[in-house]
Design a protein around this ligand. Structure first.
Ligand code: GDP
Ligand code: MG
Length: 597
């Protein structure tokens, strides 16, 4: 145990975590030439394209330092707020963290929020000033920023470049010398923390764990405390680039177990594994069931594809336990599903995977957060509102509560005013303002989660000219004034266009919504009135004027190939359209409320 080191790498996105992880693997000879590929740890296609680590992974390296053999377990953490619970569990499995800071960008919001998580778990922090090879690097100033943040000595900050490999030897030295070896009791009952799981279509779910006490052996009967289920440990092993089966994984070490579980949802990140014959009395603290934060309807473009969509979602759920869904129906769209996601990125990923891996074309309706409603009749009974149609009649409504978050924003002092106005417009309340340096300011706000879902990232980028970083975590429910904004096309209410909106913004949003829909809905042979309503009251209206001529008329009937191209283009556009009554609605219209500025 004294020669094991368990660590993770924490960084703001794009500060070079994956690149540096690759260099560590190279340097310790953990990868053969053939296995070399950029950013080895991001092995899902979608992840690679988006350049983010969606699922955390772990890898073990062997390293000889001053004549002694060490085992280094690198536990990779996802870099996006949607997956922050997984970050916290990966961190809890470690004794130390490399805190990577880009030498040109300095400290950003995720640097800070991940650092706080690491400090809460008593991790030893090794600050790494990365990308020192960049001409725009500002090593002295950024080192000062890090020293201020951590209260460490400047000599403790390791200068490195994931690109050139500079400093990697010093990082390994620091991992061995500064991060404490794990402590644990090999002879106590088994207690292992699940920090991740991966779905393998051939072998079932692979569960990744860190053993805190005791050991886990091949063929042992093991119990998962939160789910209460017992399984045989068919295979246990360590995580090299390929899995290495072993007879036993002991206290302090990291490994995987395969138990024949076929569904991701049976394995919960944060759960404790114990010996079913000799169980531990204590589950490892901090377990939470991850809850979806954002809900939206997903409907097949072609109503006939409903059953196929259901089969695809079921398959997706086998390997992504954080996706939840339930059948729902919409007067406008027919049969589909109300789906819960961890956040907007997660929602986009699911939609993309449905299209890529299952060849489904789907319509996604406007996302909303989960509200709590209470009626006058039963003012103590929570009604969970995940769908605008679930909101009780305004006359029967006692109150509504909405989820709030604590937001951390780091920006340059020049943009503090802009960022504040934006956050106040988004119903935020400032709770703290700290000058990190004379140039850089950290702002904290309590804000409704719903406002983050609606175009916040883009606006923040605009008002700060890109010089603001943002992170958040949920802080519970607060009372709110909520109304349902309905949209009528051709005097017919289209339920799939309804949105839950704060009462103070409803008029403004209703007006903008009508204007946006006018842009998005293609003209047809007749006028299409668009109206926004709250209850029976119409609050805004617009009209899509009828087409005067055939669209191909402007090709003067002459150029056949041009005409064909135009028709083909229209056909393609049609793929993501739904006919509602006699009006064609394109996918963008269902998201219009998110893009109103
Ligand atoms: P992550 O989001 O933290 O995992 O960051 P990546 O490892 O994906 O790196 C983000 C970008 O920075 C990529 O384009 C890398 O090629 C680049 N990068 C990473 N490390 C360095 C470095 O040390 N120097 C330079 N110049 N670029 C780097
Ligand atoms: Mg990465």
């Amino acid at each position: 145990m004294k020669n094991i080191r368990n660590f993770c790498i924490i960084a703001h996105i794009d500060h070079g975590k994956s690149t540096l992880a690759d260099r560590l693997l190279d340097y310790t000879g953990s990868v053969t030439e053939r296995e070399k590929q950029d950013q080895l740890l991001d092995n899902m296609d979608l992840e690679r394209e988006r350049g983010i680590t969606i699922k955390s992974h772990a890898i073990q390296m062997d390293y000889v330092f001053e004549g002694e053999k060490y085992v280094l377990n690198l536990i990779d953490t996802p870099g996006h707020v949607d997956f922050s619970y997984e970050v916290s569990r990966s961190i809890a499995a470690c004794e130390g963290a490399l805190l990577i800071v880009d030498a040109a960008q300095s400290i950003q919001a995720q640097t800070i929020s991940n650092l706080y998580l690491a400090l809460e778990n008593d991790l030893e922090i090794i600050p790494v000033l990365n990308k020192v090879d960049l001409p725009s690097a500002n090593p002295e100033e950024v080192t000062d920023d890090i020293v201020d943040l951590l209260g460490c000595d400047p000599e403790e900050v390791i200068h490195a470049s994931g690109k050139t490999g500079f400093g990697v030897d010093n990082i390994l030295k620091a991992i061995i010398e500064r991060i404490p070896a794990p402590v644990g009791e090999p002879n106590e009952p088994l207690q292992a923390l699940i920090f991740d799981s991966v779905y393998n279509p051939f072998r079932g779910v692979e569960t990744y764990f860190r053993v805190i006490n005791g050991s886990i052996k091949k063929n042992q009967q093991i119990k998962f405390i939160a789910t209460g289920k017992t399984y045989g440990a068919d295979e246990v092993g360590t995580l090299k680039l390929k899995q290495q089966p072993k007879q036993e994984i002991k206290a302090g070490d990291v490994g995987y177990v395969i138990t024949g579980i076929k569904e991701a949802k049976e394995v919960k990140v944060g759960d404790t594994i114990t010996d079913s014959a000799n169980p531990t009395k204590n589950a490892i603290g901090g377990f939470e069931d991850v809850k979806p934060m954002v809900f939206a309807g997903i409907y097949p473009v072609d109503t006939e594809d409903y059953e196929e969509l259901r089969a695809s979602m079921e398959k997706l759920q086998l390997n992504d336990a954080s996706l939840v869904f339930a059948p729902e129906s919409s007067a406008a769209l027919g049969f589909g599903f109300r789906c819960g996601f961890l956040g907007m990125l997660h929602m986009e990923i699911i939609q993309e995977r449905l299209e890529r891996e299952f060849n489904m074309t789907v319509i996604t309706t406007v996302p909303n957060v989960s509200y709590h409603a209470f009626t006058n009749k039963n003012p103590d009974e929570v009604i969970i509102v995940n769908n605008p149609s679930d909101l009780p009649e305004p006359s029967t409504l006692n109150r509504v509560e909405e989820p709030y978050i604590k937001a951390t924003i780091i920006t340059k002092s020049d943009f503090v005013g802009n960022v504040m106005s934006l956050c106040i417009e988004k119903r935020g309340q400032i709770t703290n303002q700290t000058y990190l340096t004379t140039e850089r300011v950290e702002l904290n706000f309590d804000m409704p989660l719903a406002e983050i879902v609606f175009d916040f990232y883009d606006r923040l980028k605009t008002v700060s000219k890109g010089y603001a970083s943002f992170d958040y975590h949920p802080i519970g429910m607060k009372q709110s004034k909520l109304v349902r904004l309905d949209v009528l096309l051709n005097a017919q209410s289209v339920d799939a266009l309804s949105a839950l909106i704060h009462a103070d913004n409803a008029h403004n949003i209703g007006k903008k919504m009508c204007e946006k829909l006018k842009e998005l809905i293609p003209r047809q042979q007749f006028d299409i009135p668009i109206q926004a309503a709250i209850g029976a009251k119409i609050i805004a209206r617009e009209t899509v004027k009828a087409l005067r001529k055939d669209v191909t008329a402007k090709c003067y009937g002459g150029d056949i190939s041009r005409k064909r191209k135009l028709l083909e283009k229209q056909k393609k556009g049609k793929k993501r359209m739904r006919q509602v009554g006699n009006v064609e609605i394109p996918q963008q219209a269902f998201m219009a409320v998110l893009k109103l500025n």
